[in-house]
Design a protein around this ligand. Structure first.
Ligand code: ADP
Length: 450
């Protein structure tokens, strides 16, 4: 541990490690401080993949996508409230971010789709496994290879400044040793506040009692530290409820399960919504059922296309049966209804038309391959769309919209990009695109200042 670094990065999730790699590549000497005993943050739990448009992998696979439709669909998903400058920067730099990851050995070339998107633009690891673990392993390997120091059990409690210029942080190591470390710039990548029920119920009293999929370190520390320096926030009450969470273990069941073909049924054994509508709409449909919960049903094809299901099975979430009737019995839903639901769905898939709920995606394959599977789910707190306000240079802004000198932020700690509803696959894209930008822009700032 040194007394001074060029750039201090707070939080070793996807955004922090990406920022560190770019700061280093741009000639800086960065350090990462992580409060938990391990790196990874919520990024480790990311499942769907990384959205990007006009990528080389899409082209190779004959998918004719455009940045404009990625922009339009994200804006529609966010109910038109997204920060449009941030969004434009995001879509226009998405393909480049996929190439950058590929260039450092993190290849996301398996494509799927998430709710609210019209094209296959969710990039996953080749074997279809969850993106989070793969990404964190890859980033950590690069951080190590680049010799970037990463300290765990290192909780940053304060960002320090003199005369309005940020110049370091205060850290508590192993819950005991307090130290001040100085730097020319600070990058805040502390993630969201999905595990801070006090803060959540302060901004959204209606969310009392919900389970959360977030790791315990997602407590909004960065937001509080930045507010103390005069930084401003946006959309703090915009909290994403994910529709498909296994309740007993608060474990997220990834959207790829639906993207690859699964349907949702009620306790009547009937579909009740377009399963690939945006997360807010699917959540509302589940909450409108008397039981406020539902069951994902899929076949052996979905199971083989979504590697994460192996993990769900290991955790004991997956119910299986050789026939639909036997599955219905295990689920305690009327067998006739479930049989009729499956037959209707399979014929909708073959006609490519869902007359009941207007689903148009995740219909490449029907659900006719025995054995059959089910996972019981209900909504849970998943993501905090709001956070500190930054510009496209990732500079943290004060209440007058002016940058706070030397202070940068990226990832879930920031707000604005997603508006009122985040599209699945857009958070991983955000942490890579803006994490890179924070590394590059903090390095540029330091060079200019010197
Ligand atoms: P993102 O997706 O934006 O990268 P993550 O949740 O993946 O966000 O990562 C944020 C990381 O920051 C987590 O590992 C979290 O434990 C860490 N963190 C949060 N608050 C602090 C803090 N005060 N000091 C150091 N690390 C922190």
């Amino acid at each position: 541990l040194k007394d001074k670094y060029d750039v201090i990065i707070i939080g070793a999730g996807g955004a922090g490690m990406t920022a560190a790699l770019e700061a280093k590549a741009n000639g800086m000497n960065p350090v990462i401080f992580e409060k938990m005993p391990v790196a990874g943050g919520n990024t480790l739990k990311a499942s769907s993949g990384m959205n990007a448009s006009q990528t080389k992998f899409q082209k190779e696979q004959g998918i004719d996508d455009s940045n404009d439709s990625f922009y339009d669909e994200t804006l529609k998903g966010g109910k038109g409230t997204n920060d449009t400058e941030m969004l434009r920067f995001f879509v226009d730099n998405s393909a480049d971010a996929i190439d950058w990851l590929d260039s450092i050995g993190i290849t996301l070339n398996n494509l799927t789709i998430t709710g609210g998107m019209s094209e296959k633009r969710t990039h996953r690891p080749e074997d279809g496994s969850a993106v989070g673990q793969f990404l964190v392993n890859g980033l950590l390997k690069n951080v190590q290879e680049q010799g970037i120091p990463l300290f765990v059990n290192a909780k940053v409690t304060k960002i320090n400044e003199t005369d309005g210029k940020v110049n370091g942080v205060t850290i508590i190591f192993n819950e005991t040793d307090e130290k001040n470390i100085t730097s020319d710039a600070v990058v805040v990548t502390t993630g969201g506040f999905g595990s801070n029920m006090e803060l959540i119920t302060e901004v959204r009293p209606d969310l009392e009692g919900y389970v959360t999929t977030n790791q315990e370190g997602s407590t909004g520390d960065g937001i509080k530290m930045i507010e103390a320096l005069g930084g401003t926030t946006v959309d703090m009450d915009q909290i994403q409820i994910h529709p498909t969470v296994q309740q007993e273990k608060s474990y997220l069941i990834g959207e790829a399960v639906r993207g690859e073909g699964a349907i949702l049924i009620s306790k009547e054994g009937k579909r009740f919504t377009n399963e690939l509508n945006t997360r807010d709409k699917v959540t509302a449909a589940i909450n409108a059922l008397p039981e406020k919960s539902a069951t994902l049903v899929f076949d052996s094809g979905v199971r083989s296309r979504v590697k994460a299901i192996e993990q769900y099975d290991k955790m004991g979430f997956v119910i299986s049966a050789d026939t639909i009737e036997a599955l219905a019995e295990k689920l305690e839903v009327p067998a006739d209804n479930l049989k009729a639901t499956m037959d209707t769905w399979n014929s909708s898939v073959s006609k490519k038309e869902d007359a009941e709920f207007g689903r148009t995606t995740g219909m490449d394959n029907d659900l006719s391959g025995a054995p059959y599977y089910a996972i019981k789910i209900a909504p849970g707190i998943h993501y905090t769309m709001g956070g500190v306000k930054i510009n496209t240079n990732t500079e943290v802004l004060n209440k007058n919209g002016e940058p706070i000198t030397g202070l940068f932020a990226a990832g879930e700690v920031t707000g604005g990009l997603h508006g009122q509803n985040r599209i699945g696959g857009n958070s991983v894209a955000e942490i890579i695109i803006f994490g890179r930008q924070a590394g590059i822009k903090s390095a540029e700032f330091i060079k200019v200042a010197k």
